[in-house]
Design a protein. Structure first.
Lengths: 283, 92
């Protein structure tokens, strides 16, 4: 590729190549505080390519390609190149990761133990993990919890936090000193912006820790806490994993061990402050 | 069919983990995970590794798992068919 960057995030290195300079420049800025090792051997490759020779210069259109692709993914405009790169990196992990069991979950650590929060989009796990990082918790990630099937440890994967629409200004207000990426308007998901995790999270991104609690948060309901049985937790976690089937028996062993060893709770909450109190009470 | 000998899949082909109320079984040959509820784990347990006919199985279920096979014989037969279809019960 004409332009490229190699980024280290937790245990994984990504090579991102592009026909244009702009997306790579945006990544260099967003990932300033992350390892950018040109000699590292990447685990995954992403390519942002013009859909045709003409589309490199005239109304540039970015096709999202790489080791793993979605055949029906539509190209995006060059103005959304950074978002395309971020989406493609997620895709490589979601479809290609084979060493770690992946849970679509946010995770934070305190006192050497990890809280795993998993739920559907909109459950508030990204906001909760970011807000907890302000209260003494170490942010491990808001997209994927990477669990080593052999050790059971959760490995950090602290990508920049993807914020949408109203949450952008809210987080800018809550985190005035944080580094934010460019505001990208008019994407299929609305306005998007990335917030870089705090330096503590990035400095310790190669330090795994054992999980201690599984939490299923749900936003928009009256405050309530309930126990989640092992059977329900197992089924919900298999649904939350993007590579459970691909890992075969290793995934089965890792997930059953997780469910057998850890308590699981569900919380409903009407606002973030209530959720934070519930989490602190449960911990 | 009735006189055919059946058995649970050999222990080296499955991995069983019991939770609260449900049983998760990983089937190595297919790579699939099955979540079983009562009375399916009881059927597998009653079958064990000893080949037996369905009538013998029903008798054992009646004695060991206290299942009223007279009332449930049709349903039990359907469940055994399902277990055979996914490879957790095999012809012996």
């Amino acid at each position: 590729m004409r332009h490229k960057i190699i980024l280290g995030i937790g245990p994984r290195y990504f090579r991102i190549g592009s026909d244009w300079r702009a997306p790579i420049a945006a990544l260099e800025t967003l990932y300033t505080t992350y390892p950018q090792a040109s000699d590292a051997i990447p685990h995954f490759t992403v390519r942002l390519e013009a859909t045709s020779v003409l589309r490199r210069w005239i109304k540039p259109q970015v096709a999202i390609r790489g080791d793993y692709v979605l055949p029906d993914a539509l190209p995006v405009s060059l103005a959304h190149g950074l978002i395309a790169a971020e989406m493609a990196m997620n895709l490589q992990i979601a479809l290609g990761e084979r060493r770690f069991l992946l849970l679509h979950a946010a995770s934070v650590e305190r006192d050497g133990r990890v809280l795993i929060m998993t739920g559907d989009s909109g459950s508030g796990k990204s906001t909760l993990s970011a807000m907890l990082s302000k209260r003494g918790w170490r942010f491990l990630g808001d997209e994927f919890a990477m669990i080593d099937p052999e050790s059971g440890l959760v490995h950090p994967f602290p990508r920049p936090i993807s914020l949408k629409n109203a949450s952008i200004s809210e987080m800018q207000r809550c985190f005035p000193k944080a580094q934010f990426g460019p505001l990208v308007k008019g994407t299929p998901k609305g306005d998007l912006c990335h917030m870089v995790p705090n330096p503590t999270a990035i400095a310790a991104m190669n330090v795994p820790a054992p999980p201690a609690l599984i939490l299923f948060p749900r936003f928009g309901h009256a405050a309530e806490t309930r126990d989640v049985g092992q059977s329900e937790a197992f089924v919900r976690l298999t649904q939350a994993s993007t590579n459970y089937v691909a890992l075969g028996e290793a995934g089965f062993e890792a997930l059953t061990k997780l469910v057998n060893d850890l308590p699981a709770k569900a919380i409903d909450y009407p606002d973030t402050q209530t959720a934070l109190k519930l989490v602190e009470t449960l911990w | 069919m009735v006189g055919t000998l059946i058995a649970a899949a050999p222990p080296d082909q499955i991995r069983i983990v019991s939770f609260d109320g449900l049983t998760a079984i990983y089937h190595r040959r297919s790579g699939q995970t099955h979540i079983l509820s009562e009375p399916l784990p009881e059927i597998l347990s009653a079958l064990g590794n000893s080949p037996m006919t369905r009538d013998m199985l029903f008798a054992r279920l009646s004695a060991d798992a206290e299942i009223d096979v007279c009332d449930a014989s049709e349903a039990l037969a359907a469940r055994i068919d399902e277990l055979e279809a996914i490879g957790l019960v095999v012809s012996a």
